[in-house]
Design a protein around this ligand. Sequence first.
Ligand code: GLV
Ligand code: MN
Ligand code: MN
Ligand code: MN
Length: 405
Amino acid sequence: MSDTFDELWGALAPVGRQRTTGGYRRFSWTAADAEARAWFTAAATDRGLTVETDRNGNLWAWWGEPGPDALVTGSHLDSVPDGGGYDGPLGVVSALAAVDELRARGVRPARPLAVTVFVEEEGARFGVACLGSRLLTGAITPERARGLTDADGITWARAMADAGLDPDRIGADPEAVRRIGTFVELHIEQGRHLVHRGSALGVASAVWPHGRWRLDFTGQADHAGTTRLADRNDPMLPFAETVLAARATAEAHDAVATIGKVQVHPNGTNAIPSRVRAWLDARAPDEATLRTVVDGVTAAARRSSGRHGVSHASFQESFSPVVRFREDLRDRVAAVIGGPDGSAPVLPTGAGHDAGTLAASTATVMMFVRNPSGVSHAPDEYAEPADCHAGVTALADVLADLLGA
Ligand code: GLV
Ligand code: MN
Ligand code: MN
Ligand code: MN
């Protein structure tokens, strides 16, 4: 089914691609997102699938009647700023191509099968990752989701309404969750485990616990030329020290901590800033370690702010507990993918996924496709076409196995 994969991939590839960087900007409820959603609807409809939009804006393309104990596969189409083309789309395109493959094999699913696209998986526009699957499963309240804002102060509710959906209807959807018998997400690997293992494909064992924290440093704006260094309350200084403290704290605990987003106010070259707002992304193998790291970073931010006459406040914006995927399903999928050569490699990941959110309420499994450089969330993200094609075949094998076909 490499032809259908290539065709689908080629049609989606230009959507949201930036001419300057080659990266993608597919933020929820923007024109690029609408184009990607329209692409999915058309591709699924062409295959005779029935597309529905759930009350949270997630897309479901059904092969057969929607119903209970469905086998569901898919991922997301949104991206981080200047993200790669594979994180998310590889799972969606592979799912559609796997449907073609199953059809070509003459499979007639004895249980419903759906291909899904979850909204705002990256949290790039509204700050909370996996928002579509969190809403679906009740992991976030509709009130909080409606009020989330983007950089221009536009709320989720407003953006969703502008896209033609009703934000008053969002929220936990137990009926839609109950329909999912098993969820399979195929994803590009965001690291180089599979390269080291010499395998094109692997299976996820666990997702590290992770979260996002907003750090506000508030000082006093003043003139860059006339204010003596000793007289300044410059929030840039504790911010800078906190970046270094995050690195050191993460290193000390075998965790990771990143400050990749920062806003400086008023952002003038010749003015001392009045405020620096930064976002900490922290992840660790277990929740206790993660708490220790985050407590360490926020304590460092407070101490440093105190030294520089700056006030500091921190807020947890999201938290995702550790996920351990069901071992029986994981091993079954590893055996199917590995074929006669033995089981496929099983690996944990530090990246968040809708499969992780869904794992709290449903049987869930994840498959990874090799990424030669390991780079992700960047334009250089890549997977070899042969590995993508192997991923489609493996996904079709896994779906057929789970269908008992
Ligand atoms: C999303 O991909 C994340 O892991 O942040
Ligand atoms: Mn992803
Ligand atoms: Mn991602
Ligand atoms: Mn993700």
